[in-house]
Design a protein around this ligand. Structure first.
Ligand SMILES: Nc1ncnc2c1ncn2[C@@H]1O[C@H](COP(=O)(O)OP(=O)(O)O)[C@@H](O)[C@H]1O
Ligand SMILES: [Mg+2]
Length: 206
């Protein structure tokens, strides 16, 4: 039975779709990976349409509404990992995706609105008795902001991962080709950060 990672956060633009695509593609050479896009904006679907035939194979699915749970069960049965990209709001679909998760990954950019928006997702994960992990994304090069926000989140007892992802143009470049940074630039800082995130996530899931 597959492990399920649901990328969720009610604020848009925090990096849900980027991380879902990159994590799935980074795992694809070694695991049977499925991606489930339940965001009506379907940017992940567009990414998948751009994905070269020669790239590591991923199963792709986009469903919504009452189909989410059944589709997730179907994907779980035939894969090792299912990654779900969810919409920028907490609706019924997002709730089902969180309910189905082994781990809810919440990307936040190091700024107060992102942290406030993450509260709702953390609460929902707690209600559904699901483990959650926050990851700082698009962290600027200067260390000050990261330190302040990290200290604040740790003080508040938030489940912040050690891994962080910097603000790296490589993510957009790779996305435009239907690829992950680990595929377009495997030795880049972005790829190293992504692999570190993946390792930490898999450790957390156990
Ligand atoms: N680590 C990053 N570095 C640079 N740009 C990023 C990074 N993560 C996301 N982005 C960019 O931010 C924008 C929003 O990301 P996206 O994944 O679509 O967010 P969401 O799915 O949460 O709305 C996109 O243009 C994406 O390329
Ligand atoms: Mg998105």
């Amino acid at each position: 039975m597959a492990i399920v990672i649901t990328v969720a956060q009610q604020k848009g633009g925090t990096g849900k779709t980027t991380l879902a695509a990159n994590l799935a593609a980074a795992l694809a050479p070694s695991r049977r990976v499925a991606l489930l896009d339940i965001d009506p904006q379907h940017s992940l679907t567009r990414w998948n349409q751009l994905r070269p035939k020669t790239a590591a194979k991923l199963t792709f699915s986009d469903v919504s509404g009452w189909r989410v749970t059944g589709e997730l069960d179907r994907l779980k049965a035939a894969h090792d990992v299912v990654v779900i990209d969810s919409p920028p709001q907490i609706d019924t679909d997002a709730r089902l995706a969180i309910r189905g998760a082994n781990l809810v990954l919440i990307p936040i950019q190091p700024s107060p609105p992102d942290i406030w928006a993450a509260e709702g997702t953390l609460k929902l994960a707690a209600t559904e008795k699901r483990r959650a992990a926050m990851v700082l994304n698009r962290v600027p090069p200067s260390g000050k902001l990261r330190e302040t926000i990290t200290a604040q989140l740790q003080r508040d007892g938030k489940p912040l991962l050690t891994a962080t992802i910097g603000n790296r143009t490589g993510f957009a470049t790779a996305f435009a080709e239907g690829l992950a940074v680990t595929e377009t630039a495997p030795r880049s800082t972005a790829a190293n950060e992504l692999r570190a995130l993946l390792t930490e996530l898999l450790e957390r899931i156990g």
